[in-house]
Design a protein around this ligand. Structure first.
Ligand code: HMG
Ligand code: MG
Length: 287
């Protein structure tokens, strides 16, 4: 792809909403996704086939997938931690799936009730099934610089997990600053380790904006060749198993910064702003 083109992978309907306390009606989620579908995104994460006891907000994921108006060329993505999740996602018509692991043991245990090694084992059948079904699979690595339980995370640990997810067949590895504690320096050190084992063309940055540094972390990643960034309209978000995690970096802020830096995203910023307003409204109603 063109060096001056950057893709924003919209995760608002999943990462953004999963932590909201109010159970948001399915119709509101569908309306948000339908608005996002008009904004020019190529990929939108809208569902998560996890335990409804762990993340009640995502319990209607199949209904969301059934309710949306699909825009041609848009891939609607779902998180799938295990075979049960994978089968649910496929039955509901998800276009792509994602497995999600962690670079730190503490978060792995808290988030998916497994050690890092156990989680990779759990992903093996999901990866085999995805390959057999021809369904693209993405991989997340959480806590790429800092863990809410274990503290600082060594870049070599991130590289190790990223390499394992790539070996399982993930077409792209999304690197999560889950609690938004990264700095450009930490991101640079982390990426330099990961780039030894995964090319920049297969990496994405997934930065939460807890400390207001996500845009700086994106700039540091651009300098090392990363051209895909996850973001959530309206800066929605947080992770239920990462205390203190604020929202994902706001899509509209990333799009504006990228435009200022001379990158094109192909997004219709007026529509993105409409979706951001819907997202903010959903959060206000939740409080
Ligand atoms: P477990 O307890 O180890 O697994 O949970 P289990 O197989 O023993 O199942 C436990 C219960 O969950 C059982 O129900 C299963 O039926 C049910 P019960 O007998 O208690 O009634 N179950 C399921 N239900 C629906 N769909 C499924 C499913 N699997 C089991 N697929 C498990 C393991 C992974 C399921 C659990 O830990 C879980 O659901 N965790 C969810 C964690 C989560 O969704 N976190 C947020 C997403 S990750 C994130 O936000 C980070 C990211 O944004 C990147 C970043 O920012 O860093 C991606
Ligand atoms: Mg996240």
């Amino acid at each position: 792809a063109d060096r001056n083109t950057v893709e924003i992978f919209e995760v608002g309907p999943r990462d953004g909403l999963q932590n909201e306390k109010r159970q948001i009606p399915t119709a509101e989620k569908v309306a948000l996704v339908d608005c996002l579908s008009r904004a020019g995104f190529r990929r939108i994460e809208i569902a998560s086939f996890v335990s409804p006891k762990w993340v009640p907000q995502m319990a209607d994921s199949a209904d969301v997938l059934a309710g949306i108006t699909r825009a041609p060329g848009v891939s609607y993505a779902a998180l799938t931690p295990n075979m049960r999740g994978f089968e649910g996602a496929v039955a509901a018509g998800a276009d792509e799936v994602a497995i999600f692991g962690s670079a730190s043991e503490g978060f792995s245990r808290a988030n998916i009730n497994a050690s890092i090694a156990e989680s990779i084992e759990r992903f093996v059948p999901v990866a085999e099934a995805a390959r057999a079904a021809g369904i693209p699979m993405r991989g997340y690595v959480s806590c790429v610089t800092d863990c809410p339980y274990d503290g600082a995370v060594d870049p070599s640990e991130v590289a190790r997990v990223a390499e394992a997810l790539l070996a399982l067949g993930c077409y792209e590895i999304s690197l999560g600053d889950t609690i938004g504690q990264a700095t450009p320096e930490k991101i640079t050190a982390m990426l330099n380790a990961v780039l030894q084992v995964v090319p920049a063309s297969k990496l994405a940055g997934h930065y939460h904006d807890t400390s207001g540094r996500a845009l700086s972390n994106i700039e540091a990643s651009l300098d090392l060749g990363v051209r895909v960034f996850d973001a959530a309209v309206g800066g929605l978000g947080g992770c239920p198993y990462a205390p203190g995690a604020a929202g994902n970096v706001a899509t509209e802020a990333v799009a504006r910064r990228l435009a200022d830096l001379g990158y094109s995203t192909g997004l219709d910023l007026d529509v993105v702003e409409q979706a951001a307003e819907m997202a903010r409204q959903m959060r206000i109603e939740a409080d």
